[in-house]
Design a protein around this ligand. Structure first.
Ligand code: NAD
Ligand code: GLY
Length: 376
């Protein structure tokens, strides 16, 4: 059972990856000396599978736990639903020592974390992620928040959980498309932080669904991904610099999501396409080698993620939308680009990617047009 830890100047917490780990939730929270009152936030789809087990673990450990179920889906990740958490927190009399537990994917985790950051100026918060995306990305690192009607994640706070507890077995009920989409983020860590992870992923015949990989392999990719994220966050909790590399693939990815009104692509699918674009841009700018770029595309294809764009895509609009992204600095679009390995340097660390605002619109257009054709 791997237990990683994330240490920051003001706090530290464990990231536990454990099969059947849900049953240990209460006991683990007990060791943190949290107050008695706990509110578990989830959605009905997740709660029906895992809610009772989580609740039993909490009550067995002596916590007075209640449950709040919010509707599932990105469109409910908003202030109106944070208010519902506050209403219940008030009704339950949650105190500074009390805890909000997020049982679910990134939507539940981001919203619950933001509510925890705000209620009484901050109460305890525990992440129990149940999607692959939340396990490898959203639950670790303390970004919390909700959407504004004018844009995704515009309202938020950095607020670290006291514990992240993931039970890989909860992924067996996750729809395969959600599983595949999150693999783009795993491949992302391989490119920007831990190139050995790419070898690990290549060693598998299939990657595209929970049932196609062994529990040991799943645990290993969770561990390596969380380790990568923890190392980046430890170096730059508030995204003053390095943490921005986690946005690899997101400049074009967000533009594609926005262009298609969040209906065509899952987030990870759009990020995967953004990684293809960024990888090809890096090759064209002489920063990355063609062999590594093709390797990335083969891995994305192995995860059954899209690597080409439809010929009908409005490329001009897509380019315009990259400028509407949060990753714009002084009017220039920022890209995270992968870098070639110099001889003898470590296969892991911050030298594997960099942020640049030097990608010309002409080059971006050429690359996107190229992606509407066959992969090279
Ligand atoms: P999600 O939370 O919407 O979950 C996807 C779907 O899977 C939902 O329908 C959910 O009900 C269902 N589900 C969850 N767990 C399940 C399980 N074990 N079995 C069956 N169904 C299950 O989506 P997501 O991809 O987990 O998260 C996306 C959100 O995460 C976005 O809002 C995004 O902004 C956010 N995010 C945050 C961070 C961060 O650092 N905070 C990072 C990446 C993404
Ligand atoms: N998901 C990007 C980050 O946490 O910074």
């Amino acid at each position: 059972m791997p237990t990683l830890s994330l240490a920051l100047p003001t706090t530290h917490y464990d990231i536990v990856i454990e099969a059947e780990g849900l049953a240990t939730l209460g006991a683990r929270m007990q060791t943190l000396k949290l107050g008695r009152k706990v509110l578990v936030v989830s959605n009905p789809q997740i709660y029906k599978h895992y809610g009772e087990r989580a609740l039993a673990a909490l009550t067995d450990a002596g916590f007075a736990a209640e449950v709040l179920l919010l509707p599932g889906g990105e469109r409910y990740k908003n202030l109106a639903h944070v208010q519902k958490v506050f209403d219940r927190a008030y009704a339950m009399g949650l105190e500074r020592s009390s805890t909000l537990v997020a049982l679910g994917g990134g939507v539940v985790g981001d919203l619950t974390g933001y509510a925890a950051a705000s209620w009484l100026r901050g109460i305890n918060f525990v992440q129990v992620p149940t999607t692959l995306l939340a396990m490898v990305d959203a639950s670790v690192g303390g970004k919390t928040g909700v959407n504004h009607p004018q844009g995704k994640n515009l309202i938020g706070a950095f607020y670290q959980p006291r514990l992240v507890l993931m039970d890989p077995q909860t992924l067996k009920t996750l729809p395969s498309r959600e599983f595949r989409a999150a693999l783009a983020e795993v491949i992302k860590y391989g490119v920007i932080w831990d190139r050995t992870l790419l070898d690990v992923l290549e060693s598998q015949r299939r990657l595209d669904q929970y049932r196609a990989i062994t529990p040991e392999f799943l645990t290993m990719i969770l561990e390596r991904s969380c380790q990568a994220k923890a190392e980046v966050v430890q170096s730059d909790e508030r995204e003053q610099g390095l943490r921005a590399i986690l946005n690899y693939g997101h400049t074009v990815g967000h533009a594609l999501e926005s262009l298609t009104h969040y209906k065509t692509y899952r987030h990870g699918e759009a990020v995967g396409l953004g990684m293809v674009a960024a990888g090809r841009i890096a090759v064209a700018m002489g920063l990355w080698d063609q062999a590594s770029c093709s390797r990335q595309e083969k891995l994305l294809a192995k995860a059954k993620l899209p690597i080409t764009l439809p010929g009908t895509l409005d490329i001009e609009r897509c380019i315009a939308l990259t400028r509407g992204d949060k990753k714009v600095l002084d009017g220039r679009v920022r890209f995270i680009l992968p870098l070639s390995l110099e001889d003898g340097v470590s296969l892991k660390g911050p030298h594997l990617a960099k942020m640049t605002d030097q990608v010309s619109t002409d080059l971006l257009k050429e690359i996107l047009v190229g992606m509407t054709l066959l992969p090279f």
